[in-house]
Design a protein around this ligand. Sequence first.
Ligand code: AMP
Length: 126
Amino acid sequence: MPVSGLPPYDDANIFARILRGEIPAKTVYEDEWAFAFHDIAPQAPTHVLVIPKGRYCSFADFSATASAEEIAGLFRAVGKVAKDLGMEADGYRMLANMGQHGGQEVPHFHVHLFAGRPLGRMIPAG
Ligand code: AMP
């Protein structure tokens, strides 16, 4: 069910619970700013989510209110994860859904990383 992606932040969302260690995740990477883990329902041979450790509802919230260090930290982590998982040779896609029309379902900002096969058009027809 899509969400608005707008504040207030919901501390009960599933990625907040993963960050608090209440729910297990298949961890790929972690540093001061970011946490990366495998998507539970992968839509490509490799499908990883990279999230900031801070409480941000969506890209809209993150881009407007996160510090420069948090923004740099998150995007450095996205690039590092893609590189470390060997995605660079054949390429990959990063994607962030925001709000209802974006199809965002979890109200904690996350970047999807997809790789492992040709990924087709940016947006499916229809
Ligand atoms: P979005 O539609 O952009 O909000 O994407 C949410 C993503 O979170 C989907 O691809 C889900 O498969 C994924 N997801 C939901 N719950 C979990 C979980 N517990 N662990 C890993 N991925 C999850």
